[in-house]
Design a protein around this ligand. Structure first.
Ligand code: HAM
Length: 418
């Protein structure tokens, strides 16, 4: 038997309904904030991620699905969406459009990661990017959109954690200070952090190894070393969010695994999935587009990990979506075509109906309807059909009535059976 690639998943119905519904809520909420969908390739030139996400990051260093195509060009399955958005912005001359530009996207991303709960090699992201605005209000907007989306799904206890990484000019100063403060303790850091010491010292800050955490806890937070302007920016973001009633918390050691961030970085952590499992990450990236050879256009955005989000969905949302019960339409005698006509009449009104097309008897059909969890069965045939009607049977109440074919959808809509 051929099996799926490790780290990929088959999302089967009815679980897939959760994905469809979550994405519908995302389109509605982010659309409401003015974000329009951009659909980008899953394949990009490898160089795009090396130059944006950064050569020294885990993603580029060890997690990319990179291969040579038949002409020997190095291609990579996208590990994230922001780099592709920046590339498309430059390539399509989107700087010519009214600014700021609000873009959303969703779809699969690929990272060769160690397998564990909530960590996959193909995973879904839903993200938004706001391009062309450098104010604190821009950061506050994307976080408010995120907060609104999560609230619409029924979450009420998720907190946005926020840090200030300062500007790239602040970084050498901070890194020098950090390494000075950790000097003499270098040997006590984990092997990964010892490598990070030279390659990407900022990443030492968010190492999950307990000993590294202890050592880092004694160092000066990056937010204390940043320029006055960067400090004012992130303070302004935080103040705006508090005014809006969005719960935010400072996380002085938060750094994220992508090199393009500056100033604002943020995450949403789910206590349910464990402290290390981040549902959503984002931040500001004012140099990304220019570093890739485009105009000086600032940006801010985030991406939600859809698999993880779905694992921790509030029960109310899950039940509402998974609890939907279909209508089953059963023919009696020679009524196959009319059965399909009834299903069509329901389908175009958005009422999910399943036709019996296997040749079952009425008795077997009712049993099948029970297995599908149907609440209503429409029986097509016999004397009623001769009179242009069908029987609508409520399986929960054990009641039934004859309804003219043309009115079945109305009746089901009225009684809320659909
Ligand atoms: P990221 O933090 O690398 O940021 O990924 C965003 C989210 O994707 C994570 O918070 C997590 O929920 C999910 N995720 C990442 N890796 C995996 C995995 N292996 N399995 C399941 N879920 C995963 C970015 O990708 C940035 N492009 C976000 C952004 C947009 N920043 C600004 N704009």
């Amino acid at each position: 038997m051929i099996q799926k690639v490790r780290g990929t998943r088959d999302i089967l119905p009815p679980e897939s309904r959760l994905w469809v519904e979550v994405e519908a809520v995302a389109q509605r909420v982010f659309g409401g904030f003015g974000y329009e969908e951009i659909r980008l390739p899953l394949l990009e030139p490898t160089e795009l991620f090396v130059r944006s996400v950064g050569e020294a990051t885990d993603i580029v260093g060890k997690e990319m699905y990179t291969f040579a195509d038949r002409k020997g060009r190095s291609l990579t399955l996208r590990p994230e969406g922001t780099a592709g958005v920046a590339r498309a912005f430059i390539e399509n001359g989107l700087a010519q459009r009214p600014s700021p530009l609000r873009l959303s996207y969703l779809g699969p991303m690929f990272r060769y990661e160690k397998m564990q709960r909530g960590r996959y090699r193909q995973f879904g992201q839903i993200g938004i990017e706001l391009l062309g605005a450098a104010t604190p209000a821009a950061d506050a907007e994307v976080m408010l959109a995120l907060h609104t989306f999560l609230a619409e799904l029924g979450f009420d206890d998720l907190v946005i954690v926020l840090n200030n990484l300062g500007d790239p000019e602040d970084r050498p100063r901070f890194i020098e200070l950090l390494l000075r403060e950790l000097e003499g303790r270098r040997e006590e850091l984990c092997a990964d952090c010892q490598r990070r010491w030279d390659a990407n010292p900022l990443r030492i800050l968010d190492c999950k190894v307990p000993r590294c955490r202890e050592l880092v806890a004694g160092t000066t937070p990056v937010a204390e070393v940043v320029s006055e302007e960067a400090r004012r920016h992130v303070d302004g973001v935080e103040a705006a969010l508090r005014d809006l009633g969005v719960a935010v918390q400072r996380a002085p050691r938060l750094v994220r695994g992508l090199d393009y961030y500056l100033r604002t970085v943020f995450e949403v952590v789910s206590p349910e999935l464990g402290e290390d499992t981040v549902i959503c990450g984002g931040g500001r990236y004012d140099r990304l587009i220019s570093d890739l050879g485009g105009p000086q256009v600032p940006g801010v955005g985030f991406a939600i990990g859809e698999d993880r989000l779905i694992e921790v969905l509030p029960a109310s949302f899950r039940e509402r979506v998974l609890g939907r019960r279909p209508v089953v339409v059963l023919p009696v005698g020679e009524a196959a075509a009319t059965t399909l006509a009834v299903v069509r009449a329901l389908a175009v009104r958005g009422i999910a109906a399943h036709a019996e097309v296997t040749g079952r008897s009425l008795k077997a059909g009712l049993k099948w309807a029970g297995k599908l969890g149907a609440r209503v069965v429409v029986i097509v045939g016999g004397d009623e059909l001769a009179a242009g009607a069908v029987v609508v049977r409520d399986l929960d109440r054990g009641e039934q009535q004859a309804v003219p074919i043309a009115e079945v959808a109305d009746v089901l809509e009225r009684t809320g059976e659909a």
